[in-house]
Every structure is written in structure tokens, then in C-alpha cells.
Design a protein around this ligand. Structure first.
Ligand code: ADQ
Length: 477
């Protein structure tokens, strides 16, 4: 395949190396999805403590002195299938804990830690590295937000820049007094550029300086221009509406495939799904419910609407449903989930933690996946649900609205429904959607039709990769 161009992707997470959320899935999936379209992508990540073990097998390709208290060294190589650049700067990244925090909370020097990543990204984009010269710098979220800014403020580079918003709730705040320390130009500290409510935001810096802005669904792109979803940045996004686009995420259909599960099944051979259901109930000590077996696989946060579950689950269980929750996050929500489990033994089971293998068993065994998000840039679990014939019940926001076809009378009559949507995100609408789920599940013919539609819905990367490739094509000069 002839190479059309090269992209330096810069992010703080990438599957299979380091993940706290959906950002990692997308950053990890893009290189392979773009390769057949002629775009060669390398991913630049910080060498966190748990990634430093890979450095020995990589080549040193760049040295950056004076990187906020020490030297940074960039290593290149293929690691677990990813064409990777690792920025080793032990004074910033070699720590016990997660990418952004330890048990004691966020790292206080996060502005410098991710400014360093962005600084090196801009340097590599401009200069090239080991004979590899990017045409495009693609920054993800606030952690890479300063990268397009450093590139732009450094003068013409011939390199196009893109920033993708995976979640606007995280904005990379820093106090205004850090402007100089973060190597940002004083003359750009005004509302049209870097100033953000009296301080700095690395995400805003990226949004005002990148050539193109993308987010992970068309509906979220439109929502971001409104105060309820823009979270302070709506004006910034609206001012740049002409360069904003929404490109839906895909999922890795090789990894997320009911045919690849230990008890395999497919749209044409659904018997295996019943076996998965029975195995799942046995694993969690649940009586196999007469009604739908629902799951939630999620970070337990306010964004995800988890607090609504205690309000809707009692009626759902009374109507014959059962629920398994897998997630971790906010301690109050974890406690609320444990409370539900205690209240409904044999009907509700909860596993606090992060467990990818278990999440596969949940999607394979369940009838429905619940995603009651208050906002959802794209969302991945509803797409796993479609793929597994595990009917998504989603709040009609962001990418959830874009990927699920609501079982309205019209959609059912046309034979195209793939799930259920509700609006707004509150217990009344959610409860009503669950009543509809129970009714749909009780009609085997209709249920089978919705499952078939869901499983036939394309959720791979093909369409989205083509959209990114077209974006890069338009930017490469
Ligand atoms: N306890 C657990 N055990 C196992 N797996 C778990 C888990 N908790 C979560 N996961 C997995 O983590 C991923 C979460 O991705 P999402 O896209 O649903 O949300 P997230 O808010 O993290 O991502 C943000 O970025 C992505 C990527 O752009 C957007 O889709 C999304 O809307 C945005 O909020 C999924 O792969 C899910 O299965």
C-alpha cells in the first residue's frame, strides 16, 4: 500500500498499553484502521512507570533537554502491535499510580506533565524524527491540547493539526500565572486565544489553534455548541463551527465478536446466547429471570447517570427483570450499587472493579445493556451491545442518539429498530424505557427481529476511518 501521508497521534492513553476509558480504545484502534487507507500513524505516549519496561526493546530517536525539570528522551518501536513513540521523562512520569492521579488525588504538576508531552509532540511534528516526518499532528483531549498551540505559536510548519474532543468535561485547567512557565506567548493571553475564565485551559488552547476540530459523534458536535453540553467552551466551539466535525467511533470487531467468545453464537445461530445467559446467571448466583437480563458496564460517575438506577431498578425487578453491574468510580455510587445488590438478592448482582474479560461475558450473556448517560460524546458499550444482540437502552444524547435506532412504532413497522432511546435523562423517562424493554422482550418475534437488526448494524471502523482519512487529505499540504 502506498503511503499517502503520516500522522503523529498524541495522547495520554492507548490500548493495549494504558487505559482508563474509551479514549484509549480509540487512540489504539485508529492506526490499524487508517493503514489500509494509506495513512501511517504513530502514537506518542508518556513512558509511565508501567510502560518503562518496553524501553529496552526500543530505539532512542530524540533528546529534549530542559523538559520541566529534567531531560526527555523519545524511544521508537513497535510494542504490542502499536507503532509507538514513548517519551521517557522519569521526573514527570515514573510514578506509582494512574496516568493522572495517585491515591492522594490529581498530580499537582499535571499542567507541566502534559505540557511536556505536547511540547515534544510539536517538536517532533515540526522536525520529524529518525527520518519519519509527519504531515499531520493529531491531538486527543486536554492532555494533548497544548500540542497544536505550540505548533501554531512556533511559526509556519507545513504540518496540519487536528484536535479531537473525547470528553469536554475535562479541560486541563492551569492558573494564569503559569503562562510563561508553560512556554505560552504572553500576547496570546486574551479571550480570543488562551485566556479562559481568568486562567488557562489546555483544551481551549488546542481548540483555538488546531486547523480542525473533531469530536466523536455528529450529535455531540452539535451539542457542544450549547451551554448544557459545552461546559464553558460552547462559545469557543461555535466560533470555529466551520472547522468542527463529528466522526463516530468504531469498535474493534475482531475483539468484540460473539463468534469469538468461548460459547460462540451469531445472528444465524442464537442458541449460544442462551448458553451464555445461563452461564452468566450461574456465575453471579442469579435465578434466570423470566424478563430481560440487563447489564451496566461503566465508569460509575455522574456523567453516566448511574444514580438513576436505584430509582428504576425496583420496578424493573418486579416486572421480571434482573441486573448485573460492572464498574468502579465514585464511592457514593459504588455504595448505591452495593445497596441494590443487598436489596434484591438473586436479582441484582454488582461487581466493583475493572474487568475486561468479565465485560465480554456480560455482553454475551445479557439481553440488554443500559446506558443512561447525561452526556455521551460517543459511547462504546452501546455498540458492543449492538454487535452482541444485547439490546441497548440509551439516553438520546451524543453518540448514543447517533448509533441506536429507537423501537418506535414506525421503526418497528419498517423493521429497522435496534434498541430503545429515552429523553430526557431522568428516572421517569428511563423507567418508561425499561417498561418498553420488558414488553418487547415478552414478544419473542419482535425481540428476535430487533436483535437481528442490532447485530447487522455496522459498528466497525471502516466508515469512520474513511472520514478521518478525508480530513487528513484535506489538510496535508
Ligand atoms: N468496570 C469496567 N470493566 C471493564 N470495562 C469497562 C469498565 N468500565 C468501563 N469499561 C470499558 O471502558 C470503555 C468506556 O468507553 P466509553 O466510550 O463508553 O466511555 P468513556 O466515558 O470512558 O469515554 C469517553 O471517550 C470515548 C472515546 O471517544 C467516548 O466514546 C465516550 O463517549 C467518552 O465519554 C468501554 O470499552 C467499556 O467497556
Amino acid at each position: 500500500m502506498q503511503v499517502k501521508g503520516r500522522v503523529l497521534s498524541v495522547a495520554s492513553e492507548c490500548v493495549p498499553l494504558i487505559k482508563t476509558g474509551g479514549l484509549a480504545d480509540v487512540v489504539g484502534a485508529l492506526p490499524a484502521a487508517l493503514r489500509p487507507l494509506g495513512w501511517e500513524m504513530r502514537v506518542l505516549l508518556p513512558a509511565y512507570r508501567r510502560l518503562r519496561g518496553h524501553l529496552g526493546a526500543m530505539r532512542e530517536v530524540w533528546r529534549e533537554p530542559g523538559l520541566w525539570g529534567g531531560e526527555g528522551v523519545v524511544f521508537a518501536g513497535e510494542v504490542e502491535g502499536v507503532d509507538l513513540l514513548l517519551l521517557d521523562a522519569p521526573h514527570l512520569y515514573d510514578r506509582e499510580g494512574g496516568p493522572y492521579n495517585s491515591a492522594g488525588g490529581d498530580w499537582p504538576d499535571n499542567p507541566q506533565r502534559f505540557a511536556a508531552l505536547s511540547w515534544v509532540a510539536a517538536r517532533l511534528a515540526r522536525e520529524g524524527v529518525g527520518g519519519w516526518k509527519p504531515d499531520i499532528l493529531h491531538a486527543h483531549d486536554w492532555q494533548a491540547g497544548f500540542a497544536p498551540a505550540y505548533l501554531a505559536y512556533g511559526g509556519p510548519s507545513g504540518v496540519g493539526s487536528v484536535i479531537t474532543v473525547h470528553n469536554i468535561a475535562f479541560q486541563g485547567w492551569a492558573v494564569a500565572g503559569m503562562l510563561g512557565a508553560l512556554r505560552l506567548p504572553r500576547e496570546a493571553f486574551h479571550p480570543g486565544q488562551l485566556e479562559y475564565y481568568g486562567g488557562l485551559s489546555s483544551l481551549k488552547a488546542g481548540l483555538v489553534t488546531a486547523d480542525r476540530i473533531t469530536t466523536v459523534s455528529p450529535t455531540y458536535a452539535a451539542e457542544l455548541m450549547r451551554p448544557e453540553f459545552g461546559m464553558g467552551l460552547q462559545g469557543v466551539i461555535t466560533a470555529r463551527a466551520g472547522v468542527v466535525s463529528g466522526i463516530l467511533n468504531g469498535v474493534d470487531t475482531g475483539i468484540w465478536s460473539p463468534e469469538a467468545e468461548p460459547l460462540p453464537y451469531s445472528a444465524r445461530a442464537m442458541k449460544g446466547k442462551a448458553a451464555n445467559r445461563a452461564a452468566l446467571c450461574a456465575e453471579f448466583g442469579l435465578a434466570e429471570p423470566a424478563g430481560p437480563l440487563a447489564i451496566v458496564v461503566s465508569r460509575l460517575t455522574d456523567q453516566k447517570g448511574i444514580d438513576l438506577l436505584p430509582q428504576v431498578v425496583p420496578e424493573f425487578v418486579a416486572a421480571g427483570g434482573a441486573l448485573v453491574v460492572l464498574g468502579s468510580g465514585d464511592p457514593a455510587l459504588e455504595a448505591a450499587m452495593r445497596g441494590l445488590e443487598q436489596r434484591f438478592p438473586g436479582r441484582v448482582a454488582v461487581r466493583i472493579g475493572y474487568d475486561e474479560a468479565l465485560s465480554h461475558r456480560l455482553f454475551a450473556g445479557a439481553d440488554a445493556v443500559l446506558v443512561p448517560s447525561r452526556f455521551e460524546p460517543c459511547g462504546l458499550t452501546q455498540m458492543y451491545g449492538l454487535r452482541y444482540g444485547t439490546i441497548p437502552v440509551v439516553a438520546a444524547v451524543g453518540g448514543l442518539a447517533d448509533t441506536v435506532i429507537h423501537a418506535s412504532p414506525a421503526a418497528l413497522a419498517a423493521g429497522v429498530a435496534t434498541g430503545l432511546q429515552f429523553h430526557p435523562t431522568d428516572a421517569v423517562a428511563f423507567g418508561q424505557a425499561l417498561r418498553q424493554l420488558v414488553a418487547l422482550h415478552a414478544d419473542p418475534k419482535l425481540w428476535a427481529q430487533v436483535q437481528r437488526n442490532a447485530m447487522a448494524h455496522p459498528v466497525g471502523w471502516e466508515t469512520s476511518a474513511a472520514a478521518y482519512a478525508a480530513l487528513y487529505d484535506g489538510l496535508a499540504r
